[in-house]
Design a protein around this ligand. Structure first.
Ligand code: CUA
Length: 310
């Protein structure tokens, strides 16, 4: 993933984490150099000489012992305060307010809910540049781990409890992330991305997402809408403005506006959508999206319908 490195932070939170990591690395590097250097020096300087007798043995040195107790204690205080400073920047205060975004981790995708606008989407977080979003993280099943290295701290999604963190991007762009805790077969295809855009575009996106797409009246897309309701799609998915309301799989109301399918398994597009519907297991084996044994006519109609969902 080019450009998604934690060493290239794009938010004050990620910046604090990167600088705390770098400071720790420098401290540890200096300690390593001192210990390794002294060890090498001693190995060569005091190696056994031919014919030499046993050197004098020393026991106990209060000065040395005080030094090697105090020095690590000081280091501990320094690193502790570094950690505290980083936590203060990256973690919101407890019970501060209603979140701006609720992220619910599922096997193997991310449900995203914006409480203020009521928008629900999946796998692609939109956020306004320069504003810290308070995120509440939950899990619908097992332990997952939210990680968007350039933007925020890494944090577990634990069933039965919620965790909070700040999510912020100081530049527009697309930032890649992933689930960072092994959570079953398709852990590797539990990708996410954050799309940071200026406040106006973000607000427009929210308005578009909150709008219910007009149901197709005729043609292939209308056939697809019927197939969607007749086949088992409605048992797991929601599409606003239709009878489909289940939240077991991703909300598909504006699927056509998303960049990827299957939480990053495929780029979203006509051919990939058809291949995905025909056999999800080919791209995401073990995924909870079943092979519905659709005929190619049914696949084409469903693709036409899903592509109409702007
Ligand atoms: Cu979810 Cu790994």
């Amino acid at each position: 993933m080019p450009g998604s490195s934690p060493f290239n932070p794009v938010s004050p939170q990620a910046q604090a984490i990167a600088s705390s990591f770098n400071s720790t690395l420098i401290i540890l590097g200096v300690i390593f150099a001192i210990v390794a250097g002294l060890t090498l020096y001693i190995i060569f300087r005091f190696r056994a000489q031919p014919g030499a007798s046993m050197p004098a043995q020393d026991f106990g040195s209060p000065r040395l012992e005080i030094a090697w107790t105090i020095a690590p204690a000081i280091l501990l205080v320094v690193m502790f305060s570094l950690s505290m400073r980083t936590m203060r920047v990256s973690d919101p205060p407890r019970e501060s307010r209603e979140p701006d975004l609720v992220v619910i981790a599922h096997q193997w995708w991310w449900e995203l809910y914006y409480p203020r606008s009521g928008v629900t989407t999946a796998n692609e977080i939109h956020l306004p540049v320069g504003r810290a979003m308070l995120v509440r993280l939950e899990s619908a099943d097992v332990v997952h781990d939210f990680w968007l290295p350039q933007l925020a701290r890494k944090i577990d999604a634990v069933p039965g409890r919620s965790n909070h963190f700040w999510l912020q991007a100081d530049q527009p762009g697309v930032f890649l992330g992933a689930c960072a805790e092994f959570c079953g077969n398709e852990h590797a295809w539990m990708r996410l991305r954050a799309i940071a855009e200026d406040e106006d575009r973000f607000n427009r996106w929210q308005i578009e997402q909150a709008t219910i797409p007009a149901p197709p009246e005729r043609g292939l897309a209308a056939d697809g809408a019927r197939i969607f309701e007749l086949r088992t799609c409605v048992n797991c998915h929601a599409i606003q403005g239709t009878v489909a309301y289940k939240r077991i799989g991703p909300d598909l109301t504006h699927l056509a506006m998303r960049q990827t399918l299957g939480a990053g398994a495929l780029d979203n597009g006509h051919d990939n959508l058809a291949r995905w519907l025909a056999n999800p297991a080919a791209f995401k084996p073990g995924s909870h999206m079943p092979d519905l044994q659709l005929s190619s006519d049914e696949v084409n109609a469903l693709v036409a319908y899903l592509e109409s969902l702007h």
